[in-house]
Design a protein around this ligand. Structure first.
Ligand SMILES: Nc1nc2c(c(=O)[nH]1)N[C@@H](CN(C=O)c1ccc(C(=O)N[C@@H](CCC(=O)O)C(=O)O)cc1)CN2
Length: 284
């Protein structure tokens, strides 16, 4: 069994982005800019936003944080997004999810200029992904693919099972595996015989949001297990959707939590922001 080191792969991605950013500055005197919007005081979101700002520093981007109070209205948030759409020094806009319950996240995402939608959540970008003609890929699924590539794990012809059908992870994850010629099954709360379906997987991606949901008897010997979960166990300790200690010895590869998929989400965001900057400036 090999543990996939998301921190290491993420650092490699960020280093490549840093080099290209330097080049962009030298050749065109342009610095990519990312605006991160956070509404309310969810502690996990605060950690992720801080990590995103730190990553911007590492790769040499300009970053702007817009921290709004939990009572922010839909109109105020939409106004901010519209302003950011017009800011020339901002190439990427990211609204940290989840938003407080009174806000309509769909309307907010649709208000972002698709060219600045570095999360690739806008309907235009989702459609492009479906067609395989995209500018940006959603950060978590793209980060998973990057890890598979980095460890030379082939997808073509493999049975790929994704647990979870969210718009952010499950659905696009299935699509990216399909683009690489995997045979994809997406499971959800109504799936019958879930354990049996999971046991067919050569590549099993858990994105269900339930701590330690994937048990050893749901995993085929030699499977690649990717854990997208960001949960808390009974002691409040960060853990994933996979019962890591009991599953790991059955796998050929497994991602840990923390230190697996999470850091990849951030490095893909850096890649997307650089790409947005280049596209907006007509740079190859
Ligand atoms: N607008 C978005 N909102 C959210 C996204 C997203 O891609 N765009 N994804 C998740 C959260 N997320 C990114 O924002 C994210 C989750 C986890 C990590 C991460 O680095 N995790 C670390 C552990 C961090 C900790 O100590 O708590 C790890 O796994 O090692 C980064 C980003 C929901 N919202």
């Amino acid at each position: 069994m090999q543990i996939i080191d998301g921190k290491k792969v993420s650092a490699e991605v960020k280093e490549r982005v840093r080099q290209q950013t330097l080049q962009l500055k030298n050749d065109y005197n342009i610095t990519p800019g990312l605006a991160v919007v956070i509404v309310g005081d969810d502690p996990a979101s605060r950690v992720y936003v801080n990590n995103k700002k730190k990553a911007c520093e590492v790769v040499g981007f300009k970053s702007e944080e817009y921290a709004l109070p939990a009572k922010t209205t839909q109109e105020e948030l939409l106004d901010l997004v519209k302003t950011l759409n017009t800011k020339e020094d901002i190439n990427g806009i990211l609204v940290q999810l989840p938003l407080p319950k009174h806000l309509d996240d769909k309307a907010v995402i649709e208000a972002i200029d698709p060219k600045k939608d570095v999360d690739a959540f806008h309907a235009v970008n989702v459609g492009k992904i479906m067609l395989g003609e995209y500018d940006f890929l959603p950060c978590t699924p793209a980060g998973v693919m990057e890890m598979l590539h980095s460890y030379d794990i082939p997808v073509e012809g493999k049975e790929c099972v994704v647990i979870g059908r969210s718009n952010i992870v499950g659905k696009p994850m299935g699509m990216l595996l399909l683009h690489e010629n995997g045979t994809v099954t997406i499971c959800h709360s109504r799936t019958k015989n879930l354990a049996e379906v999971c046991r067919r997987a050569d590549i099993l991606v858990a994105a269900v949001g339930i701590p330690k949901f994937v048990k050893a008897d749901m995993v085929k010997d030699g499977a690649v297990v990717i854990d997208v979960g960001m949960d808390r166990d009974e002691n409040g300790k960060l853990c994933g959707d996979v019962d890591f200690e009991n599953v790991k010895d059955k796998c050929s590869f497994i991602t840990p939590v923390p230190g697996g998929v999470g850091p990849m989400t951030i490095s893909t965001l850096m890649k997307n922001t650089l790409k947005a900057c280049k596209l907006q400036n007509n740079i190859e």
